[in-house]
Design a protein around this ligand. Sequence first.
Ligand code: ATP
Ligand code: MG
Length: 316
Amino acid sequence: MGIAHFELSSRTERDITAIKEVALRHIQDVSYESLKVETRRTDKTFPLTSPQVSAEVGGYLVTKTGTRADMHNPDLVCWVKITHNAAYISTEKIPGVGGLPVGVSGKVLVMLSGGIDSPVAAWQMIKRGAKAVFVHFYSYPYTDKASLEKVIELAQILAVPNYRSTVYLVPFAELQQIIVAATPSPFRVLLYRRMMTRIAQRVATMENAEALVTGESLGQVASQTLTNLRSIEAIADIPILRPLIGEDKAEIIEKAQRIGTFDVSTRPHQDCCSLFVPKHPATRASVTDLADAESGLDVDTLVEEALNNLEKRVVG
Ligand code: ATP
Ligand code: MG
């Protein structure tokens, strides 16, 4: 059934006649014995009030179809919505995505990996009114370029509710090699994550973003235990938001399918975090473990060098 709509002509009598005819056509295949018309105007300059439109259209439908009007318990409700330039007619209420207008909640920097979870995390924040900017770390030439292409496409998909997307691309391979050479292997993923977080924070400052967002979900992989999340977060000075923290993979996949990111996310790519990591990474690395493991690294210089090689793309 869906929604029927047409442009208004600015001639009230003609518009009311059109609303009546379109409404009659729209309800002709439905079976009912009683009906009610409910009108909403988003444009209050339309010369008839909402109750007047409902009465006119309702009277017409009842006469034409030989049914009766029922204001309290109708079999069928016919909704009429009048905007500044169009009328919409439907017999069902179709829920929208909900949420808040993009930007009213400020700006966040989303760490976008190319996987399933982070685009969904971004979407949850955009839905709550945050403007999202993205950062992606890649290990090319040690991995292929697929993650870069995927991240650009994902940012484009997310740009629909978000208007336009800015994506920062950070080459990460050199830094990973330095970490590999200087630190114990069970901590590598967590040390990658801490470096990513430090670099992302600087990008957030450049962009006036007030929080980082990740697609982490409690217990999903070894790096996402409470202890490990805490040890990553220990070096952050701005909030790290994790909108998917309490969601199961199946729920996340269902959302990814609904928002249209799933097919891009599931295309194969080589994840930078799986590079040079052991089969059994630490599941409980304390803040001190990681600080000790990093003690041989010149963290500040490594962050500056990464920022020097930052590339900015605007998509959407
Ligand atoms: P995703 O499905 O989003 O890839 P995941 O389940 O694979 O998540 P991890 O690989 O542990 O989980 O990554 C956790 C989070 O860290 C991601 O959701 C993302 O926010 C961030 N992240 C991981 N890798 C990258 C990357 N290469 N660039 C930017 N952010 C990343
Ligand atoms: Mg991933």
